[in-house]
Ligand binder design. Structure first.
Ligand code: GCB
Length: 590
């Protein structure tokens, strides 16, 4: 699943633009041949969620059709042509010139399908993609659960609070590769004193022997090494003396290019290591704090659609706060986002969409396990060469059955059958991530009251805690004591680095108060200051990630004013609240 590139051999045609669109609530599009073109349609932006482009589509999550038409350059003949969809949330099916080519389940990871034989040369090609995002208990993330949620019931019925935006969220591209092509590249780096060791493994699409070469540029002089493919696989090792190591402070990238008799591929790489030691996370052997945010892909009108100016702006704003890290809560973000993180020097916790996993029926659990494992596999393949990605997170706030959100004193009952079920499930995911990538850290993110045994196999203890909001709201003195006590007890139990991956207070921008009551900007500022002070005196706290970077669209409920989660330190349109300045006080000077 290499990111498609344009070079002297490979080609790429981005189909982003305005497509034809039609919803299909009765699911008759397939039998009526909508893939040949829509007789009735309205315009829609690709990429983009449909929900905020049309008012009547706000809560529509069922089937819908996208159609566009394109010529394919004649110069591409003789090459293999693929269509690649960056993200179709949640289930996408692709048709080319009337033929169904394939489908993909899982809303945040790319898929590619070969369409060489279906191309019409010197004529228009009709490309149709049907997408649906129905909320089902068997899906990851899950929705429409049978559990009675009472006052916490939401519209739509998710198990999480971010809005379940639907549609084609990332570019759809056509790209070519030669008949025998470089199908996968894995780059692993290590450090020995001032030398960087770069191990490159390349795999061809065919089980053949062939000669190739790898070139690394960016050091004092370009370095090359031979790649001798045996049965389609070749490995080379390069030693870069006096290497410039990639870090959040100096995100230096080398250019790696691979050449075979038939193909070429290039990617930027960073030489770095990541490890833990006691209460610290080590980047290139040096302690580093992962300070920043939990975020969302979210903006008015574009929803979860790739929005390039927004990416650039968000990195600028994160830098302005002094942040150097974030978590891709609660699903993989766009590849463009990852590329920017490499370049800008952000340390990323890369998360699959396993939000609020529950351990209910055997059938649901089995289906979710299948999807979680699929998404770990796909995510690691997609993101394994990004130096910015330092940790895989395989679940956010998995929930035991007997969880009570009453306060920290509530711990899940050990006799709850979902506790051992959940432990086995989560450990299977952690193990899969480790097997697929032994070079990075692995974790799950927990919520208050979840069984402590679930984190046993994690490299880093990641905790979402709402001391001063959901617990002891409006009581920052008591909340501070609760937070201190819990952090110290957690350290005493695990002796591993602790990240507070979420802490936050809903705040209405422009609402002020003296005293600093909940929902005012003053309360959020004091709440965040309190948390950062507590962390500053504890060397085992390896980072603080505020929930959230910006206000974001939420499902409607009595918990969310105006359909927004307002825990952002920036508004949804990126105006800073007072709290953003507090972050600068703590983080910029470090
Ligand atoms: C959490 C969830 C996050 C929510 C947040 C909140 O623990 O992980 O998705 O948005 O709480 O604001 O309630």
């Amino acid at each position: 699943m290499l990111y498609p590139i344009q070079n002297a051999i490979r080609n790429k045609l981005d189909l982003s633009g305005i497509w034809d669109f039609r919803i299909d609530p009765e699911a008759r599009g397939k039998q009526d041949g909508w893939y040949n073109g829509l007789t009735e349609s309205r315009p829609i932006a690709v990429p983009g969620s449909w929900n905020e482009q049309y008012e009547d589509l706000y809560t529509y999550l069922e089937l819908a059709w996208y159609v566009t038409r394109t010529y394919v350059p004649s110069s591409w003949q003789g090459q293999r042509v693929f269509i690649r969809v960056g993200s179709a949330n949640y289930f996408g099916t692709v048709y080319i010139n009337g033929t169904q080519v394939g489908s993909h389940e899982g809303g945040h990871l790319p898929f590619a399908l070969e369409i060489t034989q279906l191309i019409r040369w010197d004529a228009e090609n009709v490309i149709a993609i049907s997408v649906e995002n129905e909320l089902k208990p068997t899906r990851v993330p899950s929705g429409n659960m049978v559990t009675a949620l009472g006052a916490f019931g939401t519209v739509p019925r998710t198990t999480y609070d971010f809005f379940p935006f639907a549609g084609i969220h990332r570019p759809v591209v056509l790209y070519t590769v030669p008949q025998t092509f470089i199908e996968d590249v894995t780059v692993v780096t290590d450090i020995e004193s001032t030398t960087g060791r770069v191990t490159i493994t390349a795999r061809l699409n065919e089980v053949v022997d062939m000669q190739g070469m790898v070139t690394l540029r960016g050091g004092t002089a370009p370095m090359t090494a031979g790649l001798s493919f045996k049965a389609g696989v070749a490995t080379a090792e390069m030693r870069v003396s006096d290497a410039r190591f990639w870090s959040d402070k100096d995100p230096y990238l080398y250019d790696l290019s691979i050449t075979t008799d038939t193909d070429r591929y290039a990617l930027p790489i960073g030489i770095r290591t990541i490890a833990v030691d006691g209460g610290q996370i080590l980047l290139n052997g040096q302690p580093v704090l992962l300070n920043g945010f939990g975020r969302h892909e979210d903006f008015p009108a574009s929803g979860k659609g790739l929005n390039l100016p927004l990416l650039v702006k968000d990195y600028q704003l994160m830098r302005w706060t002094g942040a150097n890290a974030y978590r891709t809560a609660h699903y993989p973000y766009s590849e463009e986002e990852m590329q920017l993180a490499d370049r800008e020097g952000f340390l990323i916790i890369d998360e699959i969409p396993a939000v609020s996993l529950q351990f209910d029926t055997e059938e649901n659990i089995a289906e979710r396990l299948r999807m979680c494992l699929q998404q770990i596999n796909e995510l690691v393949v997609r993101d394994k060469n990004h130096p910015s990605v330092v940790m895989w997170c395989v679940a956010n706030e998995p929930m035991p059955r007997n969880l009570r959100m009453a306060g920290a004193a509530s711990t899940a009952q050990t006799e709850d059958p979902s506790v051992p079920l959940g432990k086995a499930f989560l450990e299977t995911l952690l193990q899969r991530a480790r097997d697929r990538d032994p070079t990075r850290l692995v974790t799950i993110v927990t919520l208050t009251g979840s069984p402590s045994s679930w984190v046993e196999q994690c490299d880093v203890i990641c905790m979402n805690r709402y001391w001063g909001w959901y617990m002891l709201g409006g009581q920052l003195v008591e909340a501070r004591a609760g937070l201190e006590q819990e952090l110290d007890a957690t350290w005493a139990q695990w002796h591993r680095p602790i990240l507070l991956t979420e802490f936050g207070a809903d705040t209405m921008a422009g609402l002020h108060g003296h005293p600093n009551v909940m929902w005012t900007e003053e309360y959020q500022a004091d709440f965040i200051r309190m948390h950062l002070e507590v962390a500053a005196t504890r060397s085992f706290v390896a980072g603080m990630q505020v929930w959230n970077f910006a206000d974001f669209a939420a499902v409607q409920s009595i918990m969310r004013v105006g359909g927004l989660n307002m825990k952002g330190v920036f508004t949804r349109t990126r105006a800073p609240k007072m709290a953003a300045h507090v972050l600068r006080e703590f983080w910029v000077k470090q």
